[in-house]
Write a new protein. Structure first.
Length: 97
């Protein structure tokens, strides 16, 4: 979703990119970074998009290597949405890697 509330245009990769940007923005506002992400979930409406979304995920979180789940679902809240992503981060923890 864009800052104005409109849906991010484009394919699943473009929407996944926007999800990652929003996730990192929120984490950075709390003083963290992608390295603090320990778990992600990716929900796709079309399983054919899994490679493209996985590539975006790897670009943003590949160094952190969080536990990741990708699942196919029937629909999201808006018909134009192709992907939704969630992330969990632990901030203020000593590095374990």
């Amino acid at each position: 979703m864009e800052d104005d509330g409109s849906s991010t245009p484009g394919d699943a990769a473009a929407q996944a990119e926007r999800c990652c940007v929003l996730i990192l923005r929120a984490i950075e506002e709390l003083g963290g970074s992608a390295d603090d992400v320990v778990r992600t979930r990716m929900l796709l409406t079309d399983p054919a998009d899994q490679d493209a979304v996985g590539a975006v995920h790897a670009r943003f979180f590949g160094e952190a290597r969080p536990a990741a789940t990708m699942a196919g679902i029937a629909w999201l809240c808006r018909p134009e949405w192709k992907v939704e992503m969630e992330a969990e981060a632990l901030l203020g923890m000593p590095p374990s890697r």
